[in-house]
Design a protein around this ligand. Sequence first.
Ligand code: SF4
Ligand code: SF4
Length: 342
Amino acid sequence: MSDRKKIGKQDIGKLLSEWNQQFSVSVPSRDNGQSMWAKWDGSDVSFLDWYRNTVVPAKSNFLPSMEEMFSFEKGNEGYKIEIPAPDDQKQLIFGIRPCDARALTIIDAVFKDGYEDPYYFSKRNNSILVGLGCTNPCDSCFCTSLGINPGESSDVDLMLTDIGDQFLIEGISQAGKELIAATNGLEDAVEADDNKAKETKETSYAKVTKQVNVEDVQQRLLSCFEDEEHWTRVAAKCISCGICTLLCPTCHCFDINDELNKNQGARYRSLDSCSFCVYTKMPMENPREAKWRRVRQKVAHKYEFYPMNFDVIACTGCGRCIRMCPVNWDITQTLEGLPART
Ligand code: SF4
Ligand code: SF4
């Protein structure tokens, strides 16, 4: 059976309804004007018209901004601890963009480095990613500089590409191919569909005009690492609000706190940001009290330290940190402004 199928755009609701029988389907959704991921309501597919990318990245499906790790109660014989049962229902994330799917592959490495994080992987391993190629990248996107084609992805299970009135559906992983084979209402794709999809992908690629040179970036960062004057200039307008990191699809720092009510309570983990002046203040002091050190950390972690540890740059060029920064701080200007390698 072919793993290349197609479906009319008007039938996406039917497709989601079918998948909604076996999965908990999440789609791009808007709440108070901000786009994020939400459980599909069973009928609305209007996101196909407005969706470019969500403001809140797809990592929120696996690393929520806040989650309960366990609850506890102190009794006469010590503490009784209860860990919430993981949700057994498989998730299907419909419409993830290639940059955000790559971001998940990037952060998988850190959540299984030495110890496999059960909170993250209980959700990640129980999900199907259905990619939707970008046809309208934002001006702030620079994914192609990081080797990502906005129209295709090897980080998803299935990939949908706009071919006019229809979407081409390609099975990427074994799970994706099996899902295609088990899904009703799909037509076999023909050569003309593949050609149209190829054209869409090439056009999308060409639409990403913002570029950044990442060649030698590790060495360039290293050579100016101690240059306080340089980093003070780079950090000047940042107000340490943390938005760029909280919305970054590859940032994964978290804090852990207990909520107590007399003898009982719960432990939560919540996203944290190295941009905050109070970062790591609870276990110790913030080792980066000066703002320039925090801004340097944000850039160097993605472009220098993460590649040292995991052999991949922890940035996908999704552009959120540029779009959402209240003072128009732009990471590409910082990268372009790095002194030449010495
Ligand atoms: S979003 Fe902008 S102002 Fe806020 S921490 Fe990031 S760079 Fe600084
Ligand atoms: S650093 Fe900025 S462009 Fe890179 S992945 Fe994070 S939010 Fe996207």
